[in-house]
Design a protein around this ligand. Structure first.
Ligand SMILES: Cc1ncc(COP(=O)(O)O)c(C=O)c1O
Length: 368
C-alpha cells in the first residue's frame, strides 16, 4: 500500500503480537480509513434519523444523503440513474434478491441457469434453493487446467441449448483464484439467447474499473465492506427496464406508496426494493468511500497504475516463496490474469490438521 494511503488507516498503527500489523485478508474484508470512521460518527452525532418517513430537519438531511449516495454509486458504476441502484446489506443479499425476484418470475421446469465452478457460495446456494421449488437445471462453466473459465464450453452450450438458458450468473474476479473472467464476452454470449446476465463484482470493484455499460450486464452486485466501506453496505445494480418489472422481494415500510385492506401500491425505484429501516449510516458512508476510492486511484495515476502496483506486490510475495518446495501454486502464477489473491497448496498436507503439522515440522521454513 502506498505509504500516504496506509497512513490513513488507524488500524495499521496498532501492534498485533508485539509486531506491526500486516493484513492480507482483504478478500474477506478490508480495513477502514479514518474518514470512514469519522463519517459514521458524524451521522450519529449530527443527523441520525430514519429516512423517507419524517419531515423534520434531521430526517430531511438523512434522506437527502441516502439518495445522494445512490447517485454516487450510479456514477461510480456508470449506471444511467440512481433508480438502478438498490442498497443491500452485502453481495449475498443482492444475489438472493435477484434469485427470488427475477428467478421466481422467469424460471420454469426445463429451463437452465448457468453459473461457474468458481462461484462463491452466495451465487450457488440461492439457485439451489430455488431449484428445489421449480426444478430447473443448474449447469457450471468448467474451470480449465490454467484455472480459467472454459469459455468454449459456454459458447457450445449457448449454441446447443439456446433459449432454454434463462440466466447466466458469474463471478467477475474469483475470491479463491483471483482470476478475472471475461464478463463482457460472457454477457454477449448470454444475450444471444436472451438470457439475464448477472455479475458478482464483490472482488473486482476494489481492483479494476467496473463499468456496467461497458460490460453490458443486466445486473451486478458488490459489498461495501470489501472496498474500504462499512459492513452492512452493499449494492445491487439492475437495468431500469428489468428492475421495474420485478415483483417485490420483501414487504413492509418504505417499499410501498399506499396500503389498504385490499392491497398496496409499490413505491418508485429503487425504494421499492429497500423495505424496512436500512443500515442508513453504512449506505451513506459507502457513497463517501467510493468517492475517496476514485480519488485515490486517480491520484495514483489510474487503474493501470493500481494494477501495476498490486502486480509488483504479488511478484514480491511469489519471489519470497522461491526455492520452497512445499509451495505449490494453483495454475501459472506468472499469469497476468490474477488480481488480489494468491492461491497455493502446501505439498503433503491436507487442510484438516494442516496448521498443526506445519507448526510442528516446517515452521522455520515459513517466511516471516
Ligand atoms: C466473489 C464473492 N462473492 C460474494 C461474496 C459474499 O460477500 P458478502 O459476504 O459480503 O455477502 C464474497 C465474499 O467473500 C466474494 O468474494
Amino acid at each position: 500500500m502506498h505509504n500516504n494511503i496506509r497512513d490513513q488507516f488507524p488500524i495499521f498503527k496498532t501492534k498485533v503480537n508485539g509486531k506491526s500489523l500486516v493484513y492480507l485478508d482483504n478478500a474477506a474484508t478490508t480495513q477502514k480509513p479514518q474518514f470512514v470512521l469519522d463519517a459514521i460518527n458524524e451521522y450519529y452525532t449530527k443527523y441520525n434519523a430514519n429516512i423517507h418517513r419524517s419531515s423534520h430537519v434531521l430526517a430531511k438531511e438523512a434522506t437527502e444523503r441516502w439518495k445522494e449516495a445512490h447517485q454516487i454509486v450510479a456514477d461510480f458504476l456508470n449506471a444511467d440513474s440512481y433508480k438502478e441502484i438498490v442498497f443491500t446489506r452485502n453481495t449475498t443479499e443482492g444475489l438472493n434478491l435477484l434469485v427470488n425476484t427475477y428467478g421466481k418470475q422467469n424460471l420454469s421446469k426445463g429451463d437452465i441457469v448457468i453459473i461457474s465452478e468458481m462461484e462463491h457460495h452466495s451465487n450457488i446456494v440461492p439457485w439451489q434453493i430455488l431449484q428445489k421449488e421449480i426444478g430447473f437445471e443448474i449447469k457450471y462453466i468448467p474451470v480449465n487446467e490454467n484455472f480459467d473459465l472454459d469459455i468454449d464450453w459456454l459458447r457450445n452450450e449457448i449454441q446447443k441449448e439456446g433459449e432454454r438458458i434463462k440466466v447466466v450468473s458469474v463471478v467477475h474476479i474469483s475470491n479463491v483464484l483471483g482470476t478475472l473472467n471475461p464478463a463482457k464476452e460472457i454477457a454477449e454470449l448470454a444475450h444471444r439467447v436472451g438470457a439475464f446476465m448477472i455479475i458478482d463484482a464483490a472482488q473486482s470493484i476494489p481492483h479494476i474499473k467496473v463499468d456496467v455499460k461497458e460490460l453490458d450486464c443486466d445486473a451486478l452486485v458488490f459489498s461495501g465492506h470489501k472496498v474500504y466501506g462499512p459492513t452492512g453496505s452493499g449494492v445491487l445494480f439492475c437495468k431500469e427496464n428489468i428492475l421495474e418489472k420485478l415483483p417485490p422481494y420483501m414487504g413492509g415500510g418504505e417499499m410501498i406508496l399506499r396500503v389498504s385492506k385490499d392491497g398496496f401500491e409499490m413505491n418508485e425505484l429503487p425504494w421499492r426494493f429497500e423495505a424496512g429501516t436500512p443500515n442508513i449510516e453504512s449506505g451513506i458512508v459507502l457513497g463517501e468511500t467510493l468517492k475517496w476510492f476514485s480519488k485515490a486511484v486517480e491520484e495514483m495515476g489510474g487503474y493501470e497504475k493500481l494494477i501495476d502496483h498490486e502486480r509488483n506486490l504479488m511478484t514480491g510475495v511469489i519471489d519470497s516463496f522461491d526455492g520452497i518446495d512445499w509451495f505449490k501454486p494453483f495454475g501459472k502464477i506468472e499469469t497476468n490474469n490474477r488480481y488480489g489473491a494468491l492461491t497455493f497448496n502446501i505439498d503433503g498436507f491436507s487442510f484438516k490438521g494442516c496448521k498443526e503439522k506445519v507448526r510442528a515440522t516446517v515452521t522455520s521454513e515459513i517466511p516471516s
